[in-house]
Design a protein around this ligand. Structure first.
Ligand code: SAH
Length: 211
C-alpha cells in the first residue's frame, strides 16, 4: 500500500492540478490534511482514490476533485468565518479550518457529528465547532458568515442560509434533484444573491426537518 503522504501528493497532482485546480492555498491544504483519517478503517487504502467513499449512515465523503472545486470557488482568506452544512466525515471541515479563521459546521446525523468532532479534536483543530441539527436553519447566533459551503444537494437554495451571508459573502451549493445537480456559486451583492452555474455534480440529498 502506498504511504499516505505519497498518496496525497499523487492525488493533488493527478486529480487536482491535472484538472485545472490552481489555487495554491487549496492545493497546500489538500496536501496537508490526512484524508485517510476521515474514512472508515476498512477503506483507508482507497482514501486518496478519485471517487467518493461511504462513511456510514448512507452518507459519503466527497470526491477530492469536487471538494477542491468548491473550496477554490470560495476564495477564502485567513480571517473568514465559515458555515458548513453537512459535516459528514469532517474532512472538508478540516480543510476549511486550514483556510479560514473559524468554521461552524452542522451535521444532522448525531453519530457522524460525534465522530467528526473526535477526529478533528485529535488533529488539534481548535477553530472548528460541530453542531448536530438541521443545517438548512443555519446558525443565526453566529451569523453573518463570510462564506457558506453546503455539501448536500438542495432542491432550492434555502433562503435562511442566504439571509445569514454577509454582504459580499459567497456560498457554494449543489442544487437539483437526486439524479441531476449543478454546483451554484452565489455572491450576495446589494442584498441580492447573484448566482452563477458551475460543474455538474452528484451529492447525497440535503434533508430538511421541515420537508
Ligand atoms: N463534506 C462531507 C460530505 C458528507 S455527505 C465529507 O467530506 O465527509 C453530506 C452530509 O450532509 C451527510 O453527512 C448528511 O447527513 C448531511 N446532511 C444532509 N442534510 C443535512 C441537513 N439538513 N443538515 C445537516 N446535515 C445534513
Amino acid at each position: 500500500m502506498t504511504d499516505p503522504t505519497t498518496a496525497r501528493h499523487l492525488m493533488v497532482d493527478s486529480q487536482l492540478r491535472a484538472r485545472g485546480v490552481t489555487d495554491p492555498r487549496v492545493l497546500d491544504a489538500m496536501l496537508r490534511v490526512p484524508r485517510h483519517e476521515f474514512v472508515p478503517g476498512s477503506l483507508r487504502a482507497e482514501a486518496y482514490d478519485d471517487h467518493p467513499l461511504p462513511i456510514g449512515d448512507d452518507q459519503t465523503i466527497s470526491q477530492p476533485y469536487v471538494v477542491a472545486v468548491m473550496l477554490e470557488l470560495l476564495q477564502l482568506i485567513p480571517t473568514d468565518i465559515v458555515l458548513e452544512i453537512g459535516t459528514g466525515s469532517g474532512y472538508v471541515t478540516a480543510l476549511l479550518a486550514e483556510l479560514a479563521a473559524q468554521v461552524f459546521s452542522i451535521e444532522r446525523h448525531r453519530a457522524l457529528a460525534s465522530n467528526a468532532r473526535t477526529v478533528l479534536a485529535a488533529m488539534g483543530y481548535a477553530n472548528v465547532h460541530v453542531f448536530t441539527g438541521d443545517g438548512t436553519l443555519g446558525l443565526p447566533a453566529h451569523a453573518p458568515f463570510d462564506a457558506v459551503l453546503v455539501s448536500a444537494a438542495a432542491l432550492n437554495v434555502p433562503p435562511t442560509l442566504l439571509s445569514q451571508l454577509r454582504e459580499g459573502g459567497c456560498m457554494v451549493i449543489p442544487v437539483g434533484s437526486l439524479e441531476s445537480q449543478q454546483l451554484q456559486f452565489i455572491r450576495m451583492m446589494n442584498g441580492q444573491p447573484v448566482i452563477s452555474l458551475r460543474d455538474s455534480v452528484r451529492f447525497v440529498p440535503l434533508i430538511s426537518d421541515r420537508d
